[in-house]
Structures are given as C-alpha cells and as structure tokens.
Design a protein around this ligand. Structure first.
Ligand code: GRF
Length: 216
C-alpha cells in the first residue's frame, strides 16, 4: 500500500475522488494524512468524515516560504507518506521542497499543460476560442505547473459553454484521472525519463477526440 499525503486549500472534490478510490477493494494506495493551509477548507471535513488524520498549517504563521515548507515537510514525514498529492493546494512551493520530493510529488491542473498554466484556465481557453480543453496530472517541478505529464484527459469545448460549464466538464475528468495516476504510481508503472513520464500500460485504441464532432 502506497502511503499518500494530500495537500489542499479548498473544497477538496479531488481529495474526495482519492478517498473514494482508496476505499475500493484492491486499490494499491491509502491516504495517511491531509494537510490544509486554511482552517476553513471544506476538504478537511471530507477527510475527517473518512477517518483520515488532518492538519492545518497556516502559511500566515511562518516568516517565509522556506519556513512554511519546512513545517509541511515535517508533517508529511510524520505521516510517513511516500507520495504527496497536491489537490487544489494554492501555495507556491519552494524549489528546495520540490526537489526534496522530486518524483514523489504530483499535482492536478485544469488544462492540457503546458497550455494555460496558472489560474482562470477555463475562461482563458474560452477567450482563445480553443475547441479542446482538459486536465493534467503531472510530477511537480520548481516552475509552476511544469513537470513530466503522467496522464491527461481531453474534453470538447462546446459553443454554448461558459466558464462554469467547461469547468464542470473538466472537473468530472479530474476526478477520474487523479486516482488513475495514483494507482499507476503505486503499481510502479510510472518511470520518469528526463521530462517525460513513461507509463507502462498496454496501448489503448488510439481514438482521437475531434471537436466539434462531425458525427461522421
Ligand atoms: C481543481 O480544479 C484542480 O485542478 C485545481 O484546483 C481545483 C481544486 O478543486 N488545481 P477541489 O478543491 O479539488 O475541488
């Protein structure tokens, strides 16, 4: 069983997807602790409801990022975690922390990286008029929203979409691919080679997502 720590700042719907996956029989990972930098994060209740240990480490109580990250690191090590999942964790981590957890620290982001790093990804995709959007699970590197991509899901952008509808379509896929990524890592099917994450999986049907679908 891979021991996983999850870091959150908010409602924790991705945390919930990981909790639900870990409940499935045979799932090769379990969540040993959830850390939030905000005491009011909704995800803390989700963790508590699932009987998972929680901790609040407020960045406001630390003089600088390095001190905050050191406190995070100590807590994660206290949980004896082997993998750290960022799930809507809204703090930028120091290069030191990221390097200490290299290839054991993953993030979920609501775009097809490297497109649309940062915030407001869905509105920016709409503003640009793209036809395909999606989400990415990746290993974390010091530069924000970079690092080897483990898994991505693509969704169509529809003509009547607004940011809310596109966000919901992407989020539904986030909840699928984040547990998949954790499972692949726990099963040791993911190997990092330079900037690529190689995933040991039988080849899929290689079906393209065409948007708008022509129906042909
Ligand atoms: C998700 O869209 C995730 O991709 C991004 O932050 C959001 C967190 O949502 N990093 P939740 O707290 O998991 O519901």
């Amino acid at each position: 069983m891979l021991r996983v720590a999850v870091l959150i700042s908010g409602r924790g719907s991705n945390l919930q997807s990981l909790i639900d996956a870990c409940r499935q029989e045979g799932f090769p990972a379990r969540i040993v602790g959830v850390i939030s930098n905000r005491a009011d994060a909704g995800g803390l209740q989700r963790a508590a409801d699932a009987g998972i240990e929680t901790a609040v480490i407020s960045h406001r109580n630390y003089a600088d990022r390095a001190a905050f990250d050191a406190a995070l690191d100590a807590k994660i090590r206290g949980f004896d975690a082997e993998l750290v999942c960022l799930a809507g964790f809204m703090r930028i981590l120091t290069a030191g922390f990221v390097e200490d957890w290299r290839d054991r620290l993953i993030n979920i982001h609501p775009s097809l990286l490297p497109a649309y790093k940062g915030l407001d990804t869905q509105q920016r995709a709409l503003d640009d008029g793209v036809r395909i959007s999606g989400c990415t699970v990746h290993f974390v590197r010091p530069d924000m929203d970079t690092g080897p991509v483990i898994i991505q899901a693509a969704v169509p952008v529809l003509d009547n979409d607004d940011a809310a509808s596109l966000t919901a379509r992407i989020l539904a896929q986030e909840h699928i691919i984040y547990p998949m990524a954790v499972k692949l890592i726990a099963e040791k099917r993911v190997r990092v080679q330079e900037n690529r994450a190689m995933v040991d999986m039988p080849p899929g049907p290689e079906k393209a997502l065409i948007s708008p679908s022509t129906g042909l």
